[in-house]
Design a protein around this ligand. Structure first.
Ligand SMILES: Cc1cc2nc3c(=O)[nH]c(=O)nc-3n(C[C@H](O)[C@H](O)[C@H](O)COP(=O)(O)OP(=O)(O)OC[C@H]3O[C@@H](n4cnc5c(N)ncnc54)[C@H](O)[C@@H]3O)c2cc1C
Length: 333
């Protein structure tokens, strides 16, 4: 993944070797919800471990965020940098705050309870214990699960993040699978790099913001095909993308291309919780208004929960609520 706006931060893993045996809270995820939770929890003098996954979360996929109060307009990577600089400032202030940050690490398993403490295992085989847990794992891209897809996504021409990968496709013939705001956003990003962008929409019309549809309609570089059911991603003998095989109104067709973006929505990143907490049908974590879940001491905020409005500012607000609730919870118990 490359991105001019985002320069990878130095990994802070094990920079502070003196890990406590028991944290007050472990925050899983470093999107707007997780980063805000870390800042709030630190200010309540909690001992915190922030296990980031990929810093920024979905903000890193957005080319334009215009509704973060006080900033007006920023790319997702720019806003991520502002958020994470704040977290790092807290992380570096050893005198006042007890925050440990682990980047590029994922939680794979969680067990326990508030009474016996929670135990978290990560993909680096590390185990951490905490009195409370704040889950802010957000969402990940939905995939089609069709032939060719798994190979194509291993750096062979199938991407999910235009903000990160669009520059890799300079002058290439591109296809975007999807027909909503995300698909249109990607098309408008791609037209800055190439003259040939085709949106393959499942529905008979594009679904989303009218102003984006207007831009798509006016662009000489972007065309839209409707009623598309994508069946297979075609690869050459070197496993590079050569096109997509589809059914369009029942007729088999092939769209040749050198790169594909799949923009068919997101699913909650909650698989690792399957044997820990009951999820709703959409795999979201049920929460109440104060981000409490069915498991005492386990809080959840942002896009991984069943709250309706999936936005940066809502996620950040819920991150703050999670931290304040976790702090209260420890005091009460
Ligand atoms: C293309 C696009 C454009 C958007 N534009 C806007 C916009 O203009 N304005 C707006 O307000 N909102 C926008 N949104 C929505 C906004 O980005 C989300 O609502 C917000 O990022 C949700 O924040 P979150 O912290 O809940 O989750 P996420 O941002 O999804 O972050 C989740 C974090 O958890 C980590 N994680 C996941 N699983 C694990 C694990 N097992 N272990 C450790 N870490 C894990 C991830 O790596 C990530 O760090 C956009 C979304 C997309 C996809």
């Amino acid at each position: 993944m490359t991105n001019k706006d985002w320069e990878c931060v130095a990994c802070t893993i094990d920079r502070k070797p003196d890990y406590p045996d028991l944290f007050d809270t472990i925050i899983i995820g470093a999107g707007p919800a997780g980063m805000t939770a870390a800042i709030y929890a630190a200010r309540r003098k909690m001992k915190i471990l922030l296990i980031c996954g990929k810093v920024g979360g979905q903000m890193m996929w957005s080319s334009d965020i215009e509704n973060w109060t006080g900033v007006g307009q920023a790319t997702g990577p720019e806003l991520t940098r502002i958020f994470f600089d704040h977290v790092r400032k807290v992380d570096n202030d050893n005198t006042h705050f007890d925050l440990w940050v682990r980047e590029d690490e994922r939680v794979e398993h969680i067990s326990g309870s508030f009474d016996e403490n929670f135990t978290i295992k990560t993909n680096t085989n590390k185990t951490f214990r905490a009195k409370t847990v704040i889950c802010t794992t957000g969402k990940i891209p939905r995939t089609l699960n069709i032939p060719g897809e798994k190979t194509a996504m291993q750096g062979n021409g199938l991407s999910f993040c235009a903000t990160c990968d669009a520059p890799l496709y300079k002058d290439k013939k591109m296809v975007i699978i999807g027909g909503g705001n995300s698909a249109m956003d990607v098309a408008l990003q791609l037209e800055k790099f190439t003259d040939s962008v085709t949106i393959l929409a499942y529905e008979k019309k594009l679904m989303g913001e009218t102003c984006m549809m207007d831009k798509i309609e006016k662009s000489p570089k972007i065309s839209v095909e409707y009623g598309i059911d994508t069946k297979e991603i075609m690869l050459d003998k070197n496993n590079k993308v050569t096109g997509v095989k589809v059914l369009q109104s029942g007729t088999e067709k092939m769209f040749e291309c050198e790169g594909i973006f799949e923009e068919i929505g997101q699913i909650p990143a909650t698989d690792f919780l399957a044997d820990f907490i009951t999820l709703n049908k959409g795999k979201e974590i049920p929460t109440d208004r104060t981000c409490n879940t069915a498991v005492p001491g386990f809080f959840a905020g942002g896009d991984c929960t069943d709250q309706i409005h999936k936005q940066v500012i809502v996620a950040a607000g819920e991150g703050a609520v999670c931290a304040l609730e976790a702090h209260e919870f420890i005091l009460k118990h």
